[in-house]
Design a protein around this ligand. Structure first.
Ligand code: FES
Length: 148
């Protein structure tokens, strides 16, 4: 079976995962490890004003913003969620919200995937998969509070 045919048979999401597991991260790991081993954010407690144009992406399902090493996203059900931008795998701050698989947190350095509650979906490098730290969200009118 040819590669193209194989990827087509796997479906778009699986093809993406196979084709782009390390969009811009694998070389980091293989060279200097620069950017890894960041501290997972602690003492998180900040607000975002949804009327601020800097936070406009939070008006759209699947949109997210990054602040204080936290990914704040509006999931595909229209609910707000937040998690550490610092990955539980090797500490790169590359965790983002992606719309694949119904909406998950994803780190493209080595391909770790997490449910919205932080539970690991997959295992990379044979390491035990650890949960991603998630945060509470409180919405009061247009102010979104993110806290532990
Ligand atoms: S640091 Fe390895 S998957 Fe995120």
């Amino acid at each position: 079976m040819e590669r193209k045919q194989f990827l087509k048979s796997m479906g778009a999401a699986a093809a993406f995962a196979v084709s782009f597991p390390c969009l811009h991260g694998c070389s980091k790991d293989e060279t200097t490890d620069e950017g890894g081993d960041k501290e997972v954010p602690t003492g998180v407690d900040f607000t975002l004003d949804l009327n601020d144009s800097a936070n406009a992406s939070l008006m759209n399902e699947g949109g997210y913003v990054l602040k204080n090493d936290v990914v704040v996203a509006k999931n595909l059900d229209g609910e707000y969620v937040a998690a550490s931008q610092v990955c539980s795998h090797q500490g790169y701050d590359e965790v983002r919200f992606v719309s694949q698989n119904g909406g998950i947190f994803y780190c493209d350095v080595h391909g770790s995937q997490f449910e919205l509650d932080g539970s690991p979906i997959n295992q990379v490098d044979g390491s035990p998969a650890r949960p991603l730290k998630v945060f509470n969200i409180e919405l009061s009118e247009s102010i979104l509070r993110v806290f532990e």
